[in-house]
Design a protein around this ligand. Structure first.
Ligand SMILES: Nc1nc2c(ncn2[C@@H]2O[C@H](COP(=O)(O)OP(=O)(O)OP(=O)(O)O)[C@@H](O)[C@H]2O)c(=O)[nH]1
Ligand SMILES: [Mg+2]
Length: 374
């Protein structure tokens, strides 16, 4: 019995010792874990700081790159618009410098300058009316102050007429029909556009629906090679709508993001051309209802008022979603942007400023006005 009691006691002692040891062990493990945790969290903290520092450095670099890109973009735009700038800005500077006060005659001279730079009579009147009113309202007496006011009114007029100039290709699939009279730069623009979209990791395919001229197919094929994108073409004289039909089928099977169709600018007569465009439109509606449709009219900037005339004609028969103005590098008639947007309400989406593959720029009205004035 005693033995039992003693044993019990001994056991109890043992149990207590074991319990104590267990507790100590747990304590040790806990503090070890805490230490480990501390180390871990300080490691994490360090990692976080390093990451944050890298992020900040990356952000700064990114900002620098964006600013550099923006600058080079603006400089390239300015370079492309040299002739238009000489025609508008330099003339207006000379006029303003020759006046002592702001009067009716000064407004008339500015008006003549804008009209001669193909800003268009209607758009010019709207700009001058607003300028006259604001000069009165803001009691501007010094001709030097008129320039900045004119710049802000020109920007405002464009922004009011067309709030968004983006060529939105974010929806996949998108189909772009490129239309316009012969020689304006459709094929060249398509080549440049394909290269640009390819750079943005889009899967692009071209459709040679200008089957009227044999060389047109070869020319587009050359651009497809240059931009490294696929092309669908038939023989010269084939039905353009059937080339578009094949293009759509191929685009679907290859999961193409943007399908761009070249069309003929020259046919036997205007009626034929318009009928052909309608037929292409119907094929697109029927075969590619899921695609976002863009119909871009290409006009040659060097033709000035003729470009406006073409835009009016095409607007009547095709559901235009935007305009591309080409050859702005070779003309002083960059003012055509104003009537296209203000009088016809057509968004200028892209501008061509040279023959090279990278000479296509997105149009931004503020940048455009700044580039022709600064
Ligand atoms: N300087 C300059 N030339 C351009 C520009 N865009 C196109 N061109 C030139 O204009 C000419 C006609 O261009 P195309 O692309 O063949 O014109 P298109 O509208 O396809 O002509 P068609 O197929 O005959 O209807 C070519 O010599 C191009 O290099 C541009 O932005 N600046
Ligand atoms: Mg062509």
């Amino acid at each position: 019995m005693f033995k039992n009691f003693f044993d019990k006691f001994k056991n109890k002692d043992n149990e207590e010792i074991e319990e104590k040891e267990e507790l100590e062990k747990q304590e040790e493990e806990k503090s070890g874990l805490e230490e480990e945790d501390l180390n871990k969290s300080s490691e994490k903290e360090t990692e976080k700081i390093v990451e944050e520092t890298v992020e900040v450095v990356e952000e700064v670099n990114q900002e620098e790159i964006v600013t550099e890109e923006k600058e080079s973009f603006f400089n390239r735009l300015k370079k492309g618009l040299t002739k238009t700038r000489d025609n508008i800005s330099n003339k207006i500077d000379t006029i303003l410098a020759s006046y002592q006060k702001v009067d009716e005659e000064l407004f008339e001279e500015i008006e003549d300058t804008l009209i001669s730079a193909d800003v268009g009579v209607d758009s010019t009147m709207q700009i001058i009316d607003e300028l006259t009113e604001r000069v009165k309202l803001e009691r501007i007496k010094d001709p030097k102050e008129v320039k900045s006011l004119l710049i802000s009114i020109m920007k405002q007029k464009l922004a009011e007429a067309v709030p968004n100039n983006d060529l939105d290709t974010s929806k996949s699939p998108t189909i772009i029909l490129v239309v316009g009279v012969n020689g304006v730069g459709k094929t060249t623009t398509i080549g440049k556009m394909a290269a640009k979209l390819k750079q943005q990791d889009k899967k692009v395919m071209l459709v040679a629906a200008d089957t009227f001229r044999a060389a047109a197919i070869e020319q587009l094929t050359e651009w497809a090679n240059r931009a490294e994108v696929d092309i669908i073409s038939h023989k010269e004289g084939a039905d353009p709508a059937s080339v578009v039909f094949d293009g759509i089928a191929s685009a679907k099977s290859k999961n193409v993001d943007v399908l761009i169709c070249d069309t003929a600018g020259r046919l036997h007569n205007k009626k034929n051309l318009m009928n052909e465009l309608n037929k292409i439109h119907r094929v697109v509606e029927r075969e590619y209802p899921e695609a976002k449709k863009e119909t871009l009219l290409v006009v040659d900037g060097t033709t000035g008022q003729n470009a406006i005339f073409q835009a009016k004609e095409f607007k009547e028969v095709a559901d235009l979603t935007g305009v591309v103005i080409t050859k702005l590098d070779g003309t002083a008639k960059g003012g055509v942007v104003f009537p296209l947007e203000i009088e016809l309400g057509l968004p200028v989406k892209l501008i061509g400023v040279g023959e090279q593959i990278d000479n296509l720029m997105e149009f931004d009205s503020d940048n455009f006005v700044d580039a022709i004035f600064n």
